[in-house]
Design a protein around this ligand. Structure first.
Ligand code: UDP
Ligand code: GLC
Ligand code: MN
Length: 320
């Protein structure tokens, strides 16, 4: 299907990494739809190169910022004014219907049936269920709607300073009008919901289709131990309440797909500096014995697995 697409957004390199994991999860579950990412000029060229491998279209747009510091302060997320950029997904008129997914979501199975829904479909927000959450929504690109959204924003602003406040005011009858436009919560399961309503999570959590790492702490804020396959937080970092199984799954996709298939030294440095990861860089291993050693964590640090050799391999990759 070429006229329908999953769309995400990244205005920085770290969100770009989130988008890569999301893109991989969609491919892994064999979506038949196109994958599109909107990026702003802040995204570095090395991350763009990697995004190009995973997404069908990487489209540069200019950042749109609400600049609404007062409302953003209420959410304690001064960084989210830039989510107005998301509105530009309505300009993708080469597609007839799209599903927007935040870069901090992860797809757990094929969710192509979302395209059976109409604009504007979304799942309830876990904090205020009469509002929808804008981490996952179905929409129809249209320059007319885009124009009306911008005009609406100019007149009414957004009650949270981000796209979610604006879109909830714009599609204001969502809560009561048409139940078909309410996506089941399983399509936008807040990974903290285990803590807010554990009994329901125990009962239904295994049916989750898309998880959303909502909040200031993201999977990439964690460190990861590839040997034990566990993500963990620094003691002095702000506490997030994401369910560990989902954070570990994010890291599993990240380390197995993103790092191994698209390794490039710049993005790796970036990742290392952003989240101080302790991810191993695997070199090409022809000999099964070598591979076994790697997998058991017994690297030949001074010999063939030395930093110099790994760097050479990365340079060769970059030259290709
Ligand atoms: N986003 C971005 N750069 C930012 C902040 C947000 O690209 O600096 C995009 C990204 O796609 C992200 C979405 O906007 O997933 C919404 O932000 P976030 O997921 O952080 O909000 P939350 O879901 O935690 O409220
Ligand atoms: C929300 C949503 C996110 C949105 C942000 C700003 O909590 O999860 O998708 O961008 O608020 O409105
Ligand atoms: Mn989000």
């Amino acid at each position: 299907v070429t006229d329908q697409a999953f769309v995400t957004l990244a205005t920085s390199d770290v969100y770009g990494l989130g988008a890569l994991v999301l893109g991989h999860s969609l491919r892994h579950h064999r979506t038949s739809r196109q994958l599109v990412i909107l990026i702003t000029p802040q995204v570095s060229s090395s991350i763009r190169t990697v995004l190009d491998n995973v997404f069908d279209e990487v489209i540069e747009v200019n950042g749109l910022d609400s600049g609404d510091t007062a409302h953003l302060a209420l959410m304690k997320r001064p960084d989210l004014g830039i989510t107005f950029t998301k509105l530009q997904c309505w300009t993708l008129i080469q597609y007839s219907k799209c599903v927007f997914l935040d870069a901090d979501t992860l797809v757990l199975c094929n969710v192509d049936e979302l395209f059976d829904r109409e604009e504007f479909s979304a799942a309830p927000d876990p904090g205020w269920p009469d509002c929808f959450n804008t981490g996952v929504f179905v929409f129809r690109p249209s320059l007319q709607t885009y124009g009306r959204l911008l005009q609406f924003a100019g007149v009414h602003g957004s009650f949270d300073g981000g796209d979610q406040g604006l879109l909830n005011s714009f599609f204001h009858n969502w809560a009561v009008k048409d139940i078909d436009k309410h996506l089941p919560f399983l399509y936008n399961l807040n990974t903290s919901s285990t803590y807010t309503y554990l009994p329901a999570f125990r009962q239904f959590g295994h049916e989750a289709k898309i998880v959303h790492f909502l909040g200031a702490v993201k999977p990439w804020s964690y460190k990861y131990n590839p040997q034990s396959r566990n993500a963990y937080q620094e003691l002095d970092s702000p506490t997030g309440h994401h369910d560990p199984q989902f954070v570990n799954l994010w890291w599993k996709v990240y380390s197995s797909c993103v790092v191994q298939n698209h390794i490039c030294s710049d993005s790796l440095n970036l990742v290392n500096s952003v989240s101080q990861l302790s991810i191993e860089i695997k070199t090409e291993l022809s000999d099964p014995e070598d591979r076994k050693r790697w997998e058991e964590g017994r690297m030949d640090y001074m010999g063939r697995d030395s930093f110099e050799n790994i760097k050479k391999k990365l340079d060769r990759f970059l030259e290709q």
